[in-house]
Design a protein around this ligand. Structure first.
Ligand code: HEM
Length: 545
């Protein structure tokens, strides 16, 4: 009979009454509630007039409150900084440099709790905690938090990366996974090789900017557009299609940023009729425009295929398997469109950090060049076939991704059910954010020199690339996220990074930065040996650039 805090409270009140042997009214209450629901419940007036009954009621209520407090799992949420009324820890969440500081981890530990205006939020500050939950208990941590503006209004629920964990996400993930499988990726190697040749040529041009970011942006955007839509190589960043897609990417990332829309803080605003909410009308109009753009791009591939074109592309592989993928037209259009948003900027910024690392650690640059000279020689450009023989270069890429992860905080996951981790309570619906920076600089995993750029940490004593835990999420690939929501374009990104590495770079180190992209730095790109131009020229002719 006694199976809740209320029952215990009632029992305490009843015992008190029996002890006082006074009130028959209290007997009536307990009898009614526990034994015989037909009995009459005393009125509030009767309780009020019977002094000892009032005392019993207060005692019962106090018992319930104390029990609820003592037993509440919320007392066991992870350590948390002080909170302000109403907004809770919102200011802490917005202070990214504080979240990234070692002070934050030292004070609040590996798993930290923040209350974002009533929304429970968990930050994972160590690789172990992020891995234990987001990866090992992935079935409970693969959902995404609700983003009303970015997902519901601007995208009609179609942004795959923001989708709730469920049937639709699974269907889209399977389709994306197949179109980006290792086998499918081989089809894109010629595109990546061609783009890498253009990149190296443009970096070596005397007019090239001192800060190579523009070239990296063009390379990444053009590569991904060719892979997605078989789009012709983009010679400049002023390409019209590219501009439209980049505007979409910007809109999506702005609208998904925390605190940028009132409707995300007060989701009830979603019920305001459109005629009173301009933001809703504008969002709906924008959705239709974006859909028309993405649909138009896919239709171009369809027309090309109907005319006998058989060049591989991400869109073509989705179009070819309509039965298997079971994707509707809007699902397909937004899935392909998202791939650009997710893959272009991330790849370009990683290349920028790679250049920065080569400048800051010239001895590592020399080592990678020595490996290239030994394996590839000086009379041709490296190819994908060389990759297995270039472990040091692969380690350099892994280390770049670890040392300066382009996304300092991984995409937020959400807990589907209440959970316990090492005695700490993680409530259902909590937003779970991996602090990628802290995870990839975790001294418990990477040692005391975690802040150093040291590609050797990914190699064994014979210079071979380590497999096992290092090959999985435990090291270089933390930057790609965790569990079932891990980046679906990871292998494609690694291929693009591999084929575009390997130029000679010197310059000034502006010091470590906290922001995602390095601050502009001076950099000179120069050829390492004579004859380089003619090799590039031959390659350009072969690839018909
Ligand atoms: C260096 C390059 C890249 C980095 C650092 C990166 C990083 C990430 C991260 C951190 C996530 C979130 C994972 C999580 O929720 O735990 C993610 C998800 C995703 N990435 Fe990437 N990414 C890169 C390149 C790419 C490329 C080239 C593509 C597409 C061709 C891509 C497509 C996606 C998609 C679609 C998702 C959403 C997955 C889902 O929610 O199920 N990414 N990426």
């Amino acid at each position: 009979l006694i199976d809740s805090d209320t029952d215990v409270g009632l029992l305490v009140a009843y015992i008190y009454q029996v002890w006082r042997r006074k009130s028959s009214a209290m007997d009536a209450v307990t009898h009614k509630l526990i034994f015989s629901p037909q009995l009459r419940v005393p009125t509030a007036r009767e309780i009020w007039e019977d002094g000892s009954l009032t005392a019993a009621a207060i005692l019962g209520l106090l018992t319930i409150v104390v029990l609820r407090y003592v037993r509440s799992p919320w007392r066991k949420v992870p350590p948390s900084p002080w909170r302000l009324p109403i907004i809770g820890n919102t200011l802490h969440l917005m202070d990214k440099s504080w979240l990234l500081s070692s002070n934050c981890k030292q004070r609040f530990g590996e798993v930290m709790y923040l209350d974002a205006a009533g929304q429970p939020t968990i930050v994972f500050n160590s690789l172990k905690s992020a891995f234990d939950l987001l990866e090992r208990r992935a079935s409970n941590y693969s959902d995404r938090p609700r983003l009303v503006m970015a997902q519901e209004i601007l995208s009609n629920g179609l942004v795959f990366a923001l989708m709730n964990y469920g049937e639709r996400w699974r269907r889209l993930r399977r389709a994306a996974h197949e179109a980006l499988s290792k086998k499918a990726l081989r089809n894109y190697h010629p595109i990546q090789t061609k783009e890498a040749t253009i990149l190296v040529s443009s970096l070596l041009m005397p007019s090239a900017s001192l800060y190579p970011d523009k070239q990296f942006q063009r390379f990444a955007a053009s590569t991904i557009m060719s892979i997605l839509y078989d789009h012709p190589t983009m010679v400049s960043e002023h390409d019209e299609t590219l501009k439209m897609i980049e505007e979409y990417t910007l809109r999506l990332s702005h609208s998904a940023a925390p605190g940028s829309n009132l409707v995300d803080i007060f989701p009830w605003m979603m019920h305001i009729p459109e005629r009173f909410a301009k933001w809703k009308r504008e969002g709906g109009r924008q959705f239709h425009e974006d859909y028309a753009m993405f649909r138009g791009l896919i239709n171009r591939v369809r027309v090309d295929m109907a005319n006998g074109g058989n060049r591989p592309s991400f869109s073509a592989s989705l179009i070819q398997n309509p039965e298997r993928n079971k994707l509707s037209e809007p699902e397909m259009s937004f899935l392909v469109g998202l791939m650009h948003a997710a893959g272009a900027e991330t790849t370009a910024t990683t290349l920028n950090w790679w250049t920065f690392a080569m400048i800051a650690y010239p001895e590592k640059q020399r080592k990678a060049q020595a490996e290239l000279d030994a394996v590839v020689g000086r009379d041709r450009l490296p190819t994908f076939a060389d990759a297995p023989c270039l472990p040091y270069l692969s380690a350099v890429i892994k280390e770049t991704l670890r040392w300066r992860p382009v996304v300092r905080f991984g995409a937020p996951h959400a807990a589907t059910e209440d959970d316990w981790y090492e005695g700490l309570f993680i409530p259902k619906g909590a937003i779970c954010i991996p602090n990628t920076w802290n995870c990839s600089h975790d001294r418990a995993v990477f040692g005391e020199d975690a802040d150093e750029f040291r590609p050797e940490r990914h190699l064994d004593e014979h210079g071979k690339l380590l497999s096992g835990p290092l090959e999985t999420n435990q090291a270089g690939h933390v930057t790609f996220g965790f569990g079932r929501r891990i980046c679906v374009g990871k292998d494609l990104a690694l291929d693009s990074l591999f084929i575009s590495d390997g130029t000679d770079t010197v310059g000034d180190n502006p010091g470590a930065c906290l922001i995602t992209r390095p601050a502009p730095y001076d950099c000179v790109v120069r050829r390492r040996f004579t004859g380089m131009e003619s090799i590039l020229e031959e390659e350009r002719e072969r690839l018909e650039i």
